[in-house]
Design a protein. Structure first.
Length: 375
């Protein structure tokens, strides 16, 4: 590929070096739709080297019908700069489609060339969704307090009255009082589960070996709901300790494993769950209302080869009462989101057919004399 950008900034700095320093994918498209320049971020984005990209046309590296193509045509036709937000870009080389913001325009020096910048939105959206998950958890907390005080006491009265009536009734009518008791018990159990959200006490946190937690929940799963599933462990043995509450972390990952097993279902022989850990130092979360940024370098991922999550539920997956299970109540993942938030972390989900991955990012335990992960 020619050094197209070598003299874009004469007298200051080599233009190609400047574009390569940017974290966003940059492409320059010629009049024949061939790629005449790609920076290093574009190589990573498309999983192709710059020379390979330089021998390709834009239509060769994106999926058929990609919104990138009409966007380039619009710039060529109007000569104006165009911005599009939250656009999915797919390519055979990058696998799962990536959500990007796209900025496109003609080069001032030669309007026959179209300049493209693709800004990957994954990290920003992860933080935005996490704040939404926390708000949802807080709303459930208030609802749980209301339900506990306003519903459980009347339920006890209804159940007691049904039991008092039962001895003097015929067999046919007695079945109705038993139905009343069963339904009040079901509502009481639901309220008991929701009361967990009302507990706003700060967690007691210690240094926790996350691999011990994952091994514990895997053993529980293998001897119970996941007995017919293959478990694969892909751990980073150098991972430092998590700053957290061990019991809550067990509850968190046991819920995720149970969801993964239920997604796989009753299939035998080919069900698979992968437990993975890694150190990812690049993600920082800005705490709301402060200027503090907290590092979340510990990544724990639970991946299964089940049926996946329907598209219409993906945006609301961690909201309360959202479920794909016929007998589910939709509180499991809402509770997961609350536990992650209580640990100061982030949870995100990627799902397609035969692959669903829940990714949790957590802060690590600080040792004495170690620099803080906030700034």
């Amino acid at each position: 590929m020619p050094s197209f950008a070598a003299n874009l900034v004469p007298g200051f700095i080599d233009g190609e070096s400047l574009l390569n320093a940017l974290p966003h994918a940059i492409l320059v498209i010629g009049s024949d739709r061939g790629i005449v320049f790609a920076n290093q971020a574009a190589e990573q984005f498309f999983s192709m080297s710059a020379p390979t990209l330089g021998r390709s046309r834009i239509a060769d590296i994106v999926a058929f019908g990609s919104p990138l193509l009409p966007l380039i045509e619009q710039v060529e036709t109007t000569g104006a700069t165009v911005s599009e937000y939250a656009i999915e870009v797919a390519s055979p080389r990058i696998g799962t489609p990536k959500l990007v913001d796209i900025f496109a325009g003609p080069l001032p020096e030669d309007p026959s060339f179209v300049f493209l910048m693709l800004q990957h939105r994954s990290v920003a959206q992860m933080i935005e969704r996490q704040l939404t998950h926390r708000a949802a958890a807080r709303s459930v907390s208030g609802m749980a307090d209301m339900l506990a005080h306003e519903i459980k006491n009347p339920l006890s009265g209804i159940r007691g009255a049904a039991q008092l009536l039962e001895p003097g009734l015929s067999d046919e009518d007695r079945s109705l009082t038993q139905l009343i008791c069963a339904e009040t018990d079901r509502i009481r159990d639901l309220v008991d589960r929701m009361e967990v959200f009302g507990d706003e006490r700060p967690l007691t946190k210690d240094a926790v070996n996350i691999h011990d937690v994952l091994s514990h929940v895997r053993k529980i799963a293998q001897h119970g709901f996941g007995s017919r599933i293959e478990f694969i462990e892909n751990y980073d043995p150098s991972l430092p300790h998590v700053l957290g509450n061990r019991d809550k972390l067990v509850q968190l990952f046991l819920n995720l494993l149970k969801n993964a097993a239920e997604s796989i279902g009753a299939r035998s022989g080919n069900g698979r769950i992968v437990l993975q850990t890694a150190f990812r130092p690049g993600v920082r979360l800005s705490l709301p209302g402060t200027g503090t940024r907290v590092s979340l370098p510990l990544m724990i991922q639970i991946e299964d080869n089940g049926a996946g999550i329907p598209d219409h539920l993906k945006q609301h997956l961690f909201d309360p009462f959202v479920t794909t299970k016929p007998s589910g109540n939709g509180l499991g993942l809402a509770l997961v989101a609350k536990i992650v938030a209580d640990h100061g972390g982030i949870i995100e989900c990627e799902s397609e057919d035969k692959r669903t991955a829940f990714r949790v990012l957590l802060p690590m335990q600080q040792t004495r004399g170690e620099p803080s992960t906030s700034e």
